[in-house]
Design a protein around this ligand. Structure first.
Ligand SMILES: [Zn+2]
Length: 150
C-alpha cells in the first residue's frame, strides 16, 4: 500500500494550504518510477495557468496525478464530511468537477492523463503509469516504424 491518511475535516482548512503537493503517496510513486528507470518532471504547469501536474513525461505526452482520497472524493473511501457539511460538500464536488475539466483540457491538448489514487498499491500504480507510457510509445509515429522492424 502507498498510504491512506484519515483526514479530520476540522484540520482541513489548514491542510488546504498544503494540499496535494509532495504527498507521501506522490513521493512513493516518484521513487518507484525512478527505480524502474523512468524520468520525469514534477509539479509542472502544462496548461498555461496555475494548475500544476504531479508528474510530467514531456516527450511521450503523458501526465500523472496522484489523487488524495479525501480531496478528490475517492469512491471507495470518501465519506461525506460530518462537520461543516455546508462548506465541504460543495467544495469537494467542485474539486471533482475541476479534475474532470482538467482531464478534458489536457486530453484536448494532446496529453494522455493517468490518475492514481493514494490508496492504490504502489506496484499497481507504477504499472498503470508504465502502461500509459508504453501506449504512448506505440502511438508515436517515429517509434512505431522502429518497432515494426523488430
Ligand atoms: Zn481511496
Amino acid at each position: 500500500m502507498i498510504c491512506v491518511v484519515e483526514v479530520d475535516p476540522r484540520r482541513s482548512r489548514n491542510m488546504a494550504a498544503i494540499r496535494s503537493r509532495d504527498t507521501a503517496a506522490e513521493l512513493a510513486l516518484r521513487r518507484e518510477l525512478h527505480r524502474r528507470g523512468r524520468r520525469f518532471y514534477v509539479n509542472r504547469r502544462v496548461l498555461g495557468d496555475r494548475r500544476s501536474v504531479d508528474l510530467v513525461f514531456p516527450r511521450l505526452h503523458v501526465v500523472v496525478f496522484v489523487d488524495g482520497c479525501f480531496w478528490h472524493a475517492c469512491p471507495q473511501h470518501s465519506k461525506p464530511p460530518r462537520i461543516n457539511t455546508d462548506y465541504w460538500s460543495p467544495k469537494l464536488a467542485r474539486n471533482v468537477e475541476r479534475d474532470r475539466r482538467t482531464d478534458a483540457e489536457l486530453r484536448a491538448a494532446g496529453w494522455a492523463v493517468v490518475r492514481v489514487w493514494e490508496h492504490e498499491s504502489l506496484d499497481a500504480a507504477a504499472s498503470r503509469v508504465e502502461a500509459a507510457l508504453d501506449a504512448a510509445i506505440d502511438r508515436s509515429p517515429t517509434c512505431s516504424g522502429q518497432l515494426a522492424q523488430q
